[in-house]
Design a protein around this ligand. Structure first.
Ligand SMILES: *Cc1c(COP(=O)(O)O)cnc(C)c1O
Length: 351
């Protein structure tokens, strides 16, 4: 529950639970940037192990994980291949062009997932005219594309392309644990062959802040230099790392409930007039709702929903995105679906 409204705008809106706050209050702390904070050390070792990587570093945000990875892997004038709707391409204020001084080479996937052939076709020839292709990125799950889970088979094909062309591989694993819980494929298997991979603690895992980036010891050393450079090195960060450890113990398996709630919600609203929703493509905790058939735009829908206590944001002129999470119950998704039913049969009926 989120007080008196139903919070479907984002899984970033989760508030730390009482248990998480207790774990934070009790955390043993030290100087994180001196490697003397035992709670941070426990968290990074745990996440490195989860991904089957040698080492990991605790960072304030997922954006910083993406940006530091790009900066370590790429140099000025380089290009990185990523799906067009991905966070690193469109939601990080062009950071990679500022910090790494590298340019995105966007490819158009299907619901955020592109093919190995597309990745290969996007690799530039080795000439002095072309930018140097340097890194391939995938986003597990593909957020703005509707929370799509990249199938392991497809990931393996992309790894193969990268290895053949000697490119770095980066996984934006903001919601990779949503994928592992849904498919049973381990984080280690998803990350196999990657040079860098991270998980966000502040999304469905329910932490107030933080993300953990993993890779080889050499990569993490280089990442630390960037962390220091851009002001990401912290002090008694065990206070927030404790939330991460708590979330890994208590909030991973339950992600399945979020997926079930998302699918239930999608199934309830799919038949409504003016809405296009594809329950069969709800892989995880994200539902895309195309309202173009209603003749009203996403902003109008979002405003009317807001008046009725349902928070949900448009991600395009006629596309709404709903996310389920720790603070959304089954009853709440049913109540939200009822409000959609009322609006689509009344105020926002197809014009
Ligand atoms: C949220 C998100 C990020 C950025 O994470 P922050 O912790 O908000 O900086 C990056 N990639 C994806 C796919 C995300 O959903």
């Amino acid at each position: 529950m989120s007080g008196n409204h139903i919070e479907l705008k984002s899984d970033t809106q989760t508030k730390p639970t009482a248990g998480m706050r207790e774990a934070m209050a009790a955390a043993e702390v030290g100087d994180e940037q001196g490697f003397n904070d035992p709670t941070v050390t426990a968290l990074v070792e745990r996440v490195a192990g989860l991904f089957g990587m040698e080492a990991a570093v605790f960072l304030p945000s997922g954006t910083m994980c993406n940006q530091i990875s790009a900066a370590v892997h790429c140099g000025p004038g380089d290009e990185f291949i990523a799906e067009r709707s991905s966070h690193i391409v469109g939601v990080e204020a062009g950071g990679a062009s500022v910090l790494a001084r590298a340019a995105p080479h966007p490819v158009d996937g299907v619901r955020g997932v592109y093919t190995a052939a597309q990745a290969e076709a996007a690799i530039r020839p080795h000439t002095r005219h072309a930018p140097r292709s340097r890194m391939i990125c995938i986003e597990q799950t593909a957020n703005l594309a509707g929370g799509t889970i990249w199938p392991l088979e497809r990931i393996r094909e992309i790894v193969d392309v990268a290895k053949r062309h000697d490119l770095k591989l980066h996984m934006d694993g903001a919601r990779v644990l949503n994928a592992t819980v849904e498919t049973g494929v381990s984080a280690r298997d998803y990350a196999a062959g990657f040079d860098s991979v991270w998980v966000d603690l502040s999304k469905g895992l329910g932490c107030p802040v933080g993300a953990v980036l993993a890779g080889s010891s050499e990569f993490i050393d280089a990442a630390w230099r960037w962390k220091q450079r851009i002001g990401g090195a912290m002090r008694q960060a065990g206070i927030i790392a404790a939330a991460g450890l708590y979330a890994l113990d208590h909030h991973v398996e339950r992600l399945k409930e979020d997926h079930d709630n998302a699918r239930h919600f999608a199934t309830l609203i799919a038949p409504l007039p003016g809405l296009k929703v594809e329950p069969e493509h709800v892989d995880s905790n994200i539902v895309l709702i195309d309202v173009s058939g209603s003749g009203h735009d996403g902003g109008t829908w979002s405003g009317k929903l807001g008046e009725r206590g349902v928070r949900m944001a448009p991600i395009g002129p006629t596309m709404l995105r709903a996310l389920t999470h720790l603070d959304v119950t089954r009853d709440e998704v049913e109540a939200a679906a009822n409000i959609f039913r009322e609006l689509s049969g009344g105020e926002l009926a197809p014009v």
